[in-house]
Design a protein around this ligand. Structure first.
Ligand code: UFG
Length: 338
C-alpha cells in the first residue's frame, strides 16, 4: 500500500518513514530539501533495508503537484509534514509561512478530495492551545489566538481540513497536535539536524555539551512553576512517529467515528528546563554549562498533554522516558560531530 510522506526527509518525517516501512507500507517521499538533506535516505535504508521512492520538488509549484498526482494514482494515504516551523522567522516573513504551510496544504487537499477514498494526516501542534487554562491539556481545550504566523498556519490548516472533510465524505483526516518532539532513532542513523543556531532546547543542549556552543541560556527562572523554569511535554520522536502509523491505520481501516479527528500526541508528563538539564547530565555524564537569563518573548509557562483520547481511541501511548529520549539525542549528536 502506497503512502505519500511530504517532508519525509525532515526530523519527524524521516522517523515516520522508518516506522511506515517497518510496518510494511511502501513510502513515497516528496521533500524540497530546504531544511533537510538527501543523506537522510541512507539512514532510512540502513535502518529498514528498504529504499523509499523520493521526488525532490517544492509543493508550492502547483503544476508539479498536479503532475505528481497524475503519475501516482494509487496513493492511499498522505502524511503531510512539509512546512516551515521557525516561530521567529514566521514573524519576519509571514507570507512565506502562509504560502509554504497553507497554499501547499490546499493543493494537496484539492487532489485528495477528487479521489474515491483518501486518508490524510496533518502535523499540527500544541501551540494551538497557547497557555491553556487547565493542565493537562485535553483536545477540548479552546484554541487560543495564535501568537505567531507559524502558530496561525497550524490553526488555519486544521480549519481548512475540517471544512473540507465536512463536504467531502470520502476524505478522512486526523490532525495530530504534537507536544515537544525530541531525541533520535536509537540506531543514531537519523536524528535532528537544525541549520544554524538551534532555537529549540534539546539541540542547544547537545551542541553545548559537544562544544559547538559555549553556553546554554535558560530563558527565565521566575515562572510560577516548582523550580521557576518553563514546563513542557517532551516526547521521543520514535513514539511520535509510531502515533502516525496507528492514526493512518485507523483511517485506512475506517475505524474513526467521524471523518475528521484531532489527537494530542505527548507523554502526559511535564518536565521543567532544569529537570531536562539534570536528566541530560545524568545520561550523558557531562556537566552542562548553562546560565539563567531573561525570559524569551512568547514563551508560555507550562504545557503538557492529556493523552487519554489517543490512548483509548488509537491504542497508542508514549513508551520512552525523558532519559531515553535525551540519551538518543546525545548518541546522535556525538555521531554527527565525529
Ligand atoms: N529554552 C531555553 N533555552 C534555549 C531554548 C529553549 O531555556 O536555548 C526553553 C524555552 O524557554 C522553553 C523550553 O526550553 O521553556 C522549550 O523550548 P523549545 O524552543 O525547545 O520549544 P517550545 O515549547 O518553545 O516550542 C516548540 C516548537 C514550536 C511550537 C511549540 C508549541 O519549537 O515550533 O513547541 O508546539 F510552536
Amino acid at each position: 500500500m502506497k503512502i505519500l510522506v511530504t517532508g519525509g526527509l525532515g526530523f519527524i518525517g524521516s522517523h515516520t518513514v522508518v516506522e511506515l516501512q517497518n510496518s510494511g507500507y511502501e513510502v513515497i517521499i516528496i521533500d524540497n530539501c530546504s531544511n533537510s538533506s538527501t543523506d537522510v535516505i541512507k539512514g532510512i535504508v540502513s535502518i529498514t533495508g528498504k529504499q523509499p521512492i523520493f521526488e525532490q520538488f517544492d509543493l508550492r509549484e502547483k503544476n508539479k503537484v498536479d503532475d505528481f498526482f497524475s503519475r501516482h494514482t494509487d496513493i492511499e494515504g498522505v502524511i503531510h509534514f512539509a512546512a516551515s516551523k521557525a516561530v521567529g522567522e514566521s514573524v519576519e516573513k509571514p507570507l512565506l509561512y502562509y504560502e509554504n504551510n497553507i497554499a501547499t496544504l490546499v493543493y494537496i487537499l484539492q487532489h485528495l478530495s477528487l479521489k474515491a477514498s483518501s486518508s490524510f494526516i496533518f502535523s499540527s501542534s500544541c501551540t494551538v492551545y497557547g497557555q491553556a487554562d487547565e493542565l493537562p491539556i485535553t483536545e477540548n481545550a479552546p484554541v487560543k489566538i495564535a501568537e505567531s504566523p507559524y502558530g496561525n498556519t497550524k490553526q488555519i490548516g486544521e480549519e481548512i481540513i475540517q471544512d473540507t472533510c465536512k463536504v467531502t465524505p470520502n476524505l478522512k483526516a486526523i490532525a495530530l497536535r504534537y507536544f515537544n518532539p525530541i531525541g533520535a532513532h536509537p540506531s543514531a542513523e537519523i536524528g535532528e539536524l537544525p541549520i544554524g543556531v538551534p532555537q529549540n532546547l534539546i539541540p542547544y543542549i547537545t551542541q553545548t555539551a559537544i562544544g559547538l556552543r559555549e553556553q546554554l541560556s535558560v530563558f527565565g527562572n521566575d515562572y510560577p512553576t516548582s523550580d521557576g523554569t518553563c514546563i513542557r511535554d517532551y516526547i521521543h520522536v520514535v513514539d511520535l512517529a509510531k502515533a502516525h502509523v496507528v492514526a493512518l491505520q485507523r483511517l485506512l481501516e475506517d475505524k474513526n467515528s467521524t471523518n475528521y479527528e484531532v489527537f494530542n500526541v505527548g507523554t502526559g508528563t511535564g518536565s521543567s528546563v532544569l529537570e531536562v538539564i539534570k536528566s541530560f547530565e545524568k545520561v550523558s555524564e557531562e556537566k552542562l554549562n548553562y546560565k539563567i537569563v531573561n525570559r524569551r518573548e512568547g514563551d508560555i509557562t507550562a504545557a503538557y498533554a492529556d493523552t487519554t483520547k489517543a490512548n483509548h481511541e488509537l491504542g497508542w501511548q508514549a513508551k520512552s522516558s525523558l532519559d531515553d529520549a535525551l540519551s538518543s539525542a546525545w548518541k546522535w549528536e556525538k555521531k554527527v560531530r565525529t
